[in-house]
Design a protein around this ligand. Structure first.
Ligand code: SDX
Length: 430
């Protein structure tokens, strides 16, 4: 704890507040007593300057383009780790030993099946339902099946629910995809690793053997690592706020899915690919860049910009590299979408508007090109983001529940509505 203080002065009154240091990154001014001391709230629409919690899970330096999970740089994890090892790291705080990894992989693998009645749950949806609509509903429905892991006060039940969520989310995602395309569900295969299993559940059909392409499985695994966790983003903050009321973990993750679906957040990968298809050819890029810069036009370059990164999103660099690997493996030469994306990036990064506003490609800019090449429809892109981010949501939820200082989140407001007035009977209203 530092002995630094910040002084707030309003008129001829002053108050001191403690300044707390992190291990790295910005200090915080602890204003927990501000209302009690001053009768005033802070105001920070969009929480651009607000630390909502203390956390040890993920560190981002937006100006330097740094992303670390439990202190390990994302570039090293993407290159040298695998997704389940990253799940272990995010949940427990340390990289597992070989024995711990084998045990964790086994426990996750043997939780990948969902209750058989879940398959009947899906038939209630129209076939053309957006897979994210199915995910929000089916993830929430898990709390109707797994009552024995909803008591959040029980550490054992918390861990069982965490494992079940990480293990079953790919199965539910694959089921949402299969239902969407009208093909039969494919059961998980325990002999496959997490990402290979997911690809097989998505693309295998009962009529023939399905051999998972190891290059695509590795790319899928790396995409999951890149999307696993990202500090207090909108969907993670949603999960924390839902969890702060004591809601069960399945309901909290369903709330996270709902928030992630928005095009300003996890829905941007679907929106970015649709934008690249709309642009179509490189010669039309200037027209769209002009629209993005036009204050009167709501159009934004999807996959560009970030609340925190005011430099290149480190995940976008790795995603671009993975994009070239996947297209090469699939023998896709000169993908027109990649051409447009790379030309758009080049133009935008040299345009004074984007430079001044520090707008760079983010994690969603290249991911859609890879996922489309792998055979996923754009409607599945955010579902894949949700599969990966489930471990980040669960790790943050677990950290919050296990924080002895945890209390229900209940922000206040700046009220600018009507002051008190008396009811007017309808006969007297004009
Ligand atoms: C994710 O938070 C996370 O960590 C999220 C995420 C994660 O891993 O969880 O990283 C995942 O959500 C990535 C972001 C995906 N979203 C998109 O790609 C959608 C397009 N981007 C924008 O909507 C926007 O950049 C946001 C939502 C990402 C950030 O919005 P902010 O921080 O509120 O920034 P802003 O809207 O205030 O923009 C600042 C300025 C504005 O201009 P002025 O009002 O100052 O004149 O930059 C402009 C904006 O108009 N701007 C853009 C732009 N993004 C911002 N202009 C054109 N195109 C864009 N993409």
């Amino acid at each position: 704890m530092s002995n630094k203080t910040a002084t707030l002065t309003i008129g001829n009154e002053s108050w001191d507040f403690n300044v707390l240091p992190g291990t790295v990154g910005p200090e915080v001014v602890d204003i927990g007593s501000l209302y009690a001391k001053t009768g005033r709230f802070t105001y920070d629409q969009g929480f651009t300057s607000t630390a909502a919690c203390e956390s040890k899970i993920c560190y981002i330096d937006g100006d330097a383009g740094i992303l670390e999970y439990r202190g390990y740089p994302i570039e090293q994890l993407a290159e040298q780790s695998d997704f389940l090892e990253v799940c272990y790291l995010l949940l427990y705080g340390e990289l597992p030993t070989a024995a711990q990894k084998a045990d964790f992989d086994h426990r996750v693998t043997y939780h990948t099946m969902v209750h058989e009645q879940m398959s009947r749950f899906f038939t209630g949806f129209r076939r053309d339902a957006h897979p994210m609509a199915i995910m929000v509903a089916s993830v929430g429905a898990l709390s109707a099946f797994y009552h024995d892991s909803t008591d959040i006060a029980d550490p054992h039940q918390r861990m069982v629910a965490s494992l079940r969520m990480i293990a079953k989310i790919p199965t539910l995602a694959a089921m949402a995809f299969k239902y969407h395309v009208g093909q039969p569900f494919v059961y998980p295969l325990n002999s496959l690793d997490y990402s290979a299993n997911f690809l097989r559940m998505c693309f295998a059909v009962p009529c023939e053997e399905y051999k998972v392409n190891p290059v695509l499985a590795r790319a899928m695994d790396r995409i999951f690592i890149l999307h696993a966790e990202h500090e207090q983003n909108a969907s993670t903050s949603t999960v924390r706020l839902a969890g702060s009321s004591g809601a069960n973990p399945f309901a909290c993750i369903a709330a996270g899915c709902a928030c992630l679906w928005g095009p300003a957040h996890g829905g941007a990968n679907e929106a970015a690919l649709n934008m690249l298809q709309q642009i179509g050819t490189a010669d039309r890029i200037p027209e769209y860049v002009a629209k993005a810069k036009d204050k009167n036009d709501p159009f934004r370059l999807m996959g560009f910009g970030h609340r925190v990164y005011k430099n290149y999103d480190p995940r976008a660099k790795i995603m671009q590299k993975t994009c070239h690997e996947v297209l090469a493996e699939l023998g896709i030469q000169d993908d027109p979408l990649l051409e447009v994306a790379m030309e758009l990036e080049k133009i935008a990064l040299h345009d004074e508007y984007f430079i001044e506003k520090k707008l760079y490609p983010n994690v969603d800019f290249y991911s859609g090109i890879i996922l489309k090449a792998m055979g996923f429809p754009t409607t599945m892109f955010t579902v894949l983001f949700a599969v990966a981010r489930t471990v980040g949501w669960i790790a943050q939820w677990k950290e919050m529940i296990e924080d002895p200082g945890q209390r229900i989140g209940r922000p206040r407001q700046l009220y600018t509505g009507q002051t008190r007035r008396d009811y007017i009977p309808v006969s007297k209203r004009r």
